[in-house]
Design a protein around this ligand. Structure first.
Ligand code: 6PG
Length: 246
């Protein structure tokens, strides 16, 4: 795989981040919806919550053209506090009244995880329109963790993994899904993400060590704290604020 060309980095003050990041994602959804059906894969974790709440309050999200998927899911019931689906349902899908038929939950609670992964892969469109991702402190994205065999997966688009995180058992999309998505947005806020963000965007290419590098070509939507370790020439001056001068 060739090293992707760096995408764009947009930095905003913490208080402005949910709205600024939300506007970027909304613009991509609206542009895509004008051309046809849209597939949106949601990120897990807690970072996206303020953005999800912001989107849920908007009247101009083309939900009638959007099918919602997930980039990864923990192997817990859908009403478990650790479920990425539960977080999305509470903060976005429920409040926005997204039609249940358009929400494609990753059935990670099934005992047969290989079958669950294969069934979900069959549901995924060939190219996701918009893929939202987060980044972990050690550089993981979705549930692709450093050193994971899933990082070498080139055929299957969803696989079961055992992560060095709680809960450990998960399903995740694989690198081909990240590479084939039309638009990738990486969401990162807070000082704990400054180091992994800098490694993902500026360190030598080593996605087995820093899987979030697989999203290097995406649009990175950061607050100032998460952008704090980036060199100034990494940050696009196009939109958002440059990180504080070093
Ligand atoms: C998950 C997510 C994962 C998440 C990062 C960041 O299921 O945990 O898909 O990739 O985006 O771990 O999590 P926070 O946003 O909670 O820091």
């Amino acid at each position: 795989m060739t090293v992707p060309v760096p995408g764009s980095v947009r930095v905003h003050a913490a208080g402005a981040w949910p709205g600024a990041a939300g506007l970027a994602v909304l613009a991509a959804l609206r542009e895509a919806a004008a051309a046809g059906p849209v597939s949106l894969a949601l990120a897990g974790g807690s970072t996206p919550v303020p953005l999800y709440r912001w989107l849920a309050a908007r009247e101009d999200v083309p939900w009638s053209r959007i099918d919602v998927f997930f980039g990864d899911e923990r192997c817990v019931p859908p009403d478990d506090p650790d479920s990425n689906y539960r977080t999305a349902r509470k903060t976005l899908l429920g409040p926005a009244e997204v039609e249940a038929a358009r929400v494609h939950r990753m059935p990670a609670e099934r005992d047969d995880r290989e079958a669950a992964a294969a069934d979900y892969a069959a549901l995924l469109p060939p190219h996701l329109t918009v893929l939202l991702l987060g980044i972990g402190e050690e550089g993981h994205t979705a549930s692709l963790f450093p050193g994971s065999p899933a990082l070498e997966e080139r055929e299957r688009r969803v696989v079961p993994v055992t992560a060095p995180a709680d809960p450990p058992e998960r399903l995740t999309v694989t690198p081909p899904v990240l590479e084939q998505a039309a638009r990738v947005f990486v969401l990162a806020t807070g000082q704990r993400k400054a180091e992994p963000v800098a490694r993902a965007l500026e360190a030598p290419w080593a996605p087995d060590v820093c899987p979030a590098q697989l999203a290097r070509r995406g649009t990175w939507l950061l607050d100032r704290a998460a952008a704090a370790h980036l060199s100034r020439d990494t940050v696009a001056a196009v939109s958002g604020e440059a990180p504080e001068a070093p």
